[in-house]
Structure formats: C-alpha cells, structure tokens
Design a protein around this ligand. Structure first.
Ligand code: PMV
Length: 436
C-alpha cells in the first residue's frame, strides 16, 4: 500500500525533483498530504485534449437562464455525463455581493491548469427527484446538504430535476482541506454536467429519441452553453462562474467590456500579451485546514464595511487598468496592481465588524522574502492572496528556474509540510467522457 502511494506521488511530481523545474502538481515535500482524493487521470493530460474557448456573446444573443421555455414533456432517459473544470485565482477580487449571488464589483481571474475538479453525474428518471453526492468516493453530509440546496434552488430553471435522480461523484486534483477552494472548480464542473443533461433532454424532447446529439466537446464552442453553465455555477458559488472558461476571465459588468454581465462571466481572448498566456502560479500552502471565516460570511460583512463604496469604486477603476496591462505585458505595473489588490482584500477583512485576519505570520514572512528577492534580482515575481493564508506566487514562465531556487532556498520553510502546488494559466474545462 505504502509503495503504491509513493508511486503515485512520484508520477505526479515527475520533474519536480529537479528543483529548478515546477512541473504541474504538488511538491515532493508535500507527501504528508492526503492524496486519496486525487484523480490520477488528471495528470499529464496532453494540451491537445483540451478545446479552444468560444467567444463571449453580445447581450442581444445571450440567453439568461430565465428566458428558457419549460419542456412540454420530460423524456425518460438514463445516462452519465462528466466534466473537468479548473479552479481560478482572481487578480481583481470580488468581495461583497447582493441579491442572488450578484457581485458588488467586477473581477478578473485566470483559470488554473493543475488544480481541477472532475465530476460525473449519472441521471435516471425518478419521480420527485433525488441527489446523492460523493467526494473521492466518500459520502460527505456537509457537501451533500450544500449540493441538494443548490439543486433545489435552481429547479425553476431546470424543472426536470424534480423527475430525475442524480448520482454525483466528484474528485479534486488537489488535496482536500489544503486551503485551496474547491467550490469554484466543483460547482463549475457540476454546472457543466447539469447544462449538458438539460441540452440532451431538450434535444430528445424536440426531435425524438433518434436525434443525433453533438459530441460533448462541441459545447465548448457554444457560447450559449457556456454562458448558461456560468450562470448556474454562479448560483452555487460566485467565483465558480469564472471557472467555465480557460485563460483570463471577467465576471461583472463594466463599461470597458460592453459584453460583460453580472449574471455570468466572459472569457477575454483577444489582447492578451503572450507573457500572460502561460503565466506561472506556484501556490505556497502556508496553512491548510478550515478557514476561521468562510467567504459567505466575509461577503456579508462588506454590507457594514465603512470602506465598501470606496472599494467598489477602486475595483471598477482597476478593471481597465488590468486589461491594458494584460495587453501591454507591463510586468511592473502588473505587480503593483495585483499585490495592492491582495492586500486590499485582506485590509477589508480587518476593517469589518467583527474584524478577521486570515493571513498567518508565515504569510508575512514569505512576503518579506519575495520583496527582498525582487529588490536583489530585479525579477518580476509577485504574489496574490485568496481569502486565506496561502500565497500565489506569480511570475513569467521564463523565470521558473530562478523562482524555484527562491522557493527551495527561502520560501518552502514557511509552507505547512513544505508543500506547494505548481500551477499556471490553464485552458479551461473539458468533457471527460462521452454521454452514455
Ligand atoms: O466565490 P466565493 O463566494 O467563494 O468568493 C470568492 C472570493 C475571493 O476568492 C476572495 C475573490 C475572488 O474573486 O475569487
């Protein structure tokens, strides 16, 4: 058993033992982490298996979930769908919401390549519906309740959910409770599955059982499909709506991007400088485990935060600034902006009532090392933070060797179990098996 586990780790970290390379996956030092919830298939996938992203739609062509006509009669079918979707990291942060998971300000993120969830949904007719959820083969009452609540809340848009039983099996490529949010990748993968089943039932209802269904991968070129999946994912977890696309993604309306909407995210495909298309993100796992305050409570606290209005104004001003940086490739400006965004997010947490602090002493110690390294070497290595203590180290692919030395010599000591995850900008979700 032990040797099998060791083998899995070796496979995953191939190349990482050369301390100058950051191959996608976990650091070799992270062997203490539970690996049982990892999807072996997600390692080493050729990029050619992934699909180009569709263009986002102008508003006139977009189809909000509420525009949908209900099925006159739900066909009785049984089958399975499965999708992989990435986690994402925001550079301009969404913090504060209103109504049904609408963002108080627009945000921009990129989708990750190595941190993904894979979700398979088996559907079969069952009067009254029903949901069974497992994570890495294990039932989990908390997740079960959250998924049930989510699916109940969207029955209005997907009425067939009342007539189908869903068996949902999910796994993450990154360790559970490592401080990396799996809600974004998990809800995005589930939303893609539900939307695919919906399309399948609709096509059958409209054209009969002999209908030819498109290959699941064709959905990736269908902007309506992705917009709807993004809206659905948003209702599960706000930032999940950005995870139905690859590359650089915006969620939230801003005049600089006329096609942007609060209801769903859009992919930015044009005007991205080549340096940002495979930008590296090495995630330093400073502190694993459950956070002291979750994001739902955090968003809520923005309602009484005295700096809220100024923050929303600032985020809006920063959207065109980041878009122009992404086009020009100006890494100095990039660093100034993203580090300020990270610290602003945490400053907002500290300024709310009750206040809370998610950074740990080792977060600050690692930030000091990064600043000193930058001063000494002049290299563009910057950081961002999520709502937690972990640091995302951001740098161009060409500086991987130098940054890996920095990690091995100076930063790894601040990581719990010396663990970090090598990641980078990814190409987005993909179907992982055909409809059967
Ligand atoms: O999607 P939520 O509700 O978990 O909120 C995510 C909030 C941040 O990760 C801090 C910022 C963001 O834009 O992803």
């Amino acid at each position: 058993m032990k040797s099998e586990k060791k083998k899995e780790i070796d496979g995953l970290t191939d190349g990482v033992s050369d301390s100058t390379k950051c191959a996608a996956g976990l650091s070799p030092q992270s062997q203490g982490l539970p690996l049982s919830d990892r999807f072996p298939q997600s390692q080493g996938l050729p990029l050619s298996d992934r699909f180009p992203q569709s263009q986002s739609l102008p508003l006139s062509q977009s189809l909000p979930l509420s525009d949908r006509l209900p099925l006159k009669e739900t066909p009785a079918l049984e089958g399975s769908v499965a999708w992989e979707a990435p986690s994402n990291i925001a550079l301009i942060k969404y913090w504060g919401k209103y109504g049904q998971q609408m963002p108080a300000n627009p945000s921009i993120s990129f989708s990750l390549k190595a941190c993904v969830s894979q979700t398979k949904v088996h559907f079969k007719p069952q009067s009254g519906g029903g949901v069974r959820f497992s994570l890495s083969g294990q039932q989990n009452p908390d997740f079960q309740t959250r998924i049930e609540k989510f699916l109940n809340s969207v029955e209005l848009h997907y009425p067939w959910l009342r007539e189908y039983a869903l068996d949902i099996a999910s796994t993450n490529s990154f360790p559970h409770s490592s401080g990396i949010a799996s809600s974004a990748s998990g809800f995005a993968a589930l939303a893609l599955c539900v939307e695919q089943i919906d399309q399948h039932l609709r096509l059958t209802a409209e054209q009969g059982s002999a209908v030819h269904h498109p290959e699941p991968s064709a959905h990736l070129a269908d902007a309506h499909f992705l917009n709807r999946a993004s809206q659905l994912a948003r209702l599960g977890s706000g930032s999940a709506c950005r995870s139905v696309y690859g590359g650089w993604v915006q969620w939230g309306m801003h005049p600089a991007t006329p096609e942007s909407r609060n209801e769903y995210a859009i992919a930015h495909q044009s005007a991205i400088h080549p340096v940002f298309t495979d930008y590296r993100d090495t995630i330093l796992l400073i502190h694993k485990g459950v956070k002291q305050t979750g994001s739902t409570a955090g968003h809520k606290l923005m309602e009484g935060n005295p700096y809220a209005d100024a923050r929303y104004r600032q985020a809006n001003e920063r959207i065109p600034r980041l878009l122009s940086i992404l086009a020009s490739g100006d890494l100095t400006e990039f660093g100034l902006l993203v580090e300020s965004e990270a610290l602003t997010l945490h400053a907002l947490m500290m300024a709310s009532e009750p206040s809370f602090m998610l950074m740990m002493p080792n977060t600050l110690a690692a930030i000091r090392e990064i600043q000193a390294f930058r001063k000494q070497n002049g290299l563009p290595v910057h950081y961002t933070l999520d709502a937690g203590a972990n640091l995302h180290l951001l740098y161009p692919a060409q500086h991987e060797t130098e940054v890996m030395l920095l990690i091995n010599n100076s930063l790894m000591q601040y990581c719990e179990n010396q663990a970090y995850i090598c990641d980078s900008v990814g190409t987005g979700p993909r179907p992982i098996n055909p409809l059967v």
